[in-house]
Design a protein around this ligand. Structure first.
Ligand SMILES: *Cc1c(COP(=O)(O)O)cnc(C)c1O
Length: 380
């Protein structure tokens, strides 16, 4: 019999989720609105503690779409986006007929480089392009260089959309990721730090912006007894059933962050004696990562040729899931015509990086199995 699969990141229920779901059944709130939706939004507001409003939506992708829509982005506009990310950060730009412009990462946080960002902005503006927003991403839970990025964005007076889909619970200078941009995006997909089976949220600057978000997310109905519409809307609201799972998950979020951070420490210790491998961690005290995924970078010049693919395959053999880092958007066939600014930081990360099992539900046995493969591959 083969060994049980160890996942990169799998759903981890706290135990109270079904209670909230049962309440929804008892009260017949089987709809994309209800007490769980309101309660979940309130829980998220409390967690972010930044005087922001939260609109619960059907996905993080939907949240990004509605953020860009409300920033007035349309055909012919440009939106700058971190290249090193999941495609969901960039896809909504194209839903609105706008052009994505990709920017490289810097080496400390692996997120968008403030210097390359400024070069991109200068060059696009010189060419007479209308850059309407900047999408920054906190990958793997690591906050990006908010201070430098905000400075550049303010200089050119362009709003930031903060993709915090992987960073619920991460902070920069003690402030929550998702609360720095004009809009912030959260995701509760199956493999994120908390899950509602599928869902997302838009963090909004005011009650008015939240109301507008909910309006667009519920087919843009005008205020009338009949169904009247003056604008195009979407069906993007979160279901009251999913939100019930979310309320249960919020009860264990802090505990799960601590467990993910422990996984990161486990890898830091494990690799401390292995030449040529660095575990991704915060550059200094300003940064606090939820360590949604733990990742390593392998310098094969220093590992006697062991590369990320060799490690990945050895893990796969033992039924342990690992995954290369995100393939940058400027290398994706679908975005091959999009402009790109920067060097090869993101490309190097993709070539040499690997995400390791990081779930909050991993056991001592799982860790031992992971450790044995790593010791074997690196011959320690
Ligand atoms: C998961 C994710 C999204 C999209 O969220 P969904 O809820 O899956 O639509 C967007 N950006 C990043 C960086 C993500 O990891």
């Amino acid at each position: 019999m083969s060994k049980a699969k160890i996942w990169l990141s799998s759903p981890h229920m706290g135990g109270e989720e079904q209670k909230f779901v049962n309440e929804a059944f008892q009260e017949n709130w089987i709809a994309p609105l209800g007490p769980n939706v309101n309660g979940f939004e309130q829980d998220l507001r409390n967690k972010l503690s930044a005087n922001k409003e939260v609109a619960a939506l059907s996905s993080g992708t939907a949240a990004l779409h509605l953020a860009l829509l409300q920033l007035g982005i349309s055909i012919g506009d440009e939106v700058i986006c971190q290249s090193f990310t999941f495609s969901a950060s960039a896809n909504p730009i194209t839903y609105l007929g706008a052009q994505p412009v990709f920017v490289d990462s810097e080496k400390e946080t692996w997120n968008i480089c403030p210097v390359s960002l400024e070069k991109a902005l200068e060059n696009r503006i010189q060419q007479g392009k209308k850059v309407k927003a900047i999408i920054i991403v906190h990958l793997y839970g690591m906050p990006c260089k908010i201070e430098e990025l905000t400075k550049v964005a303010n200089k050119y007076n362009i709003p930031i959309v903060e993709d915090a889909a992987e960073a619920l619970g991460s902070t920069y200078q003690n402030k929550s990721c998702g609360t720095f941009g004009k809009f912030g995006v959260l995701s509760f997909n199956g493999n994120k730090i908390i899950t509602t089976s599928g869902g997302g949220a838009l963090v909004c600057p005011s009650v008015k912006d939240k109301e507008k978000t909910v309006y667009y997310a519920t087919q843009a109905r005008d205020n009338a007894p009949h169904y009247q519409h003056s604008e195009i809307g979407y069906n993007y609201r979160l279901s009251n059933i999913s939100a019930g799972i979310g309320r249960g998950q919020m009860l264990v979020l802090d505990e799960h962050i601590q467990l993910r951070r422990k996984m990161n420490l486990f890898y830091q210790e494990l690799f401390s004696n292995i030449e040529g491998v660095t575990v991704f961690k915060e550059p200094n005290e300003d940064f606090y990562s939820n360590h949604w995924l733990s990742a390593i970078l392998i310098d094969k010049e220093k590992t006697n040729g062991v590369d990320r693919e060799q490690l990945r395959l050895a893990m796969e053999e033992e039924n342990i899931e690992c995954r290369p880092l995100w393939k940058p958007m400027h290398l994706q066939p679908v975005f091959k015509n999009a402009p790109y600014y920067g060097g090869n930081v993101a490309e190097n990360l993709f070539e040499n990086g690997l995400c390791l099992p990081s779930g909050s539900n991993l056991t001592d046995d799982d860790r031992e199995r992971i450790k044995q493969v790593i010791l074997k591959v690196f011959k320690v």
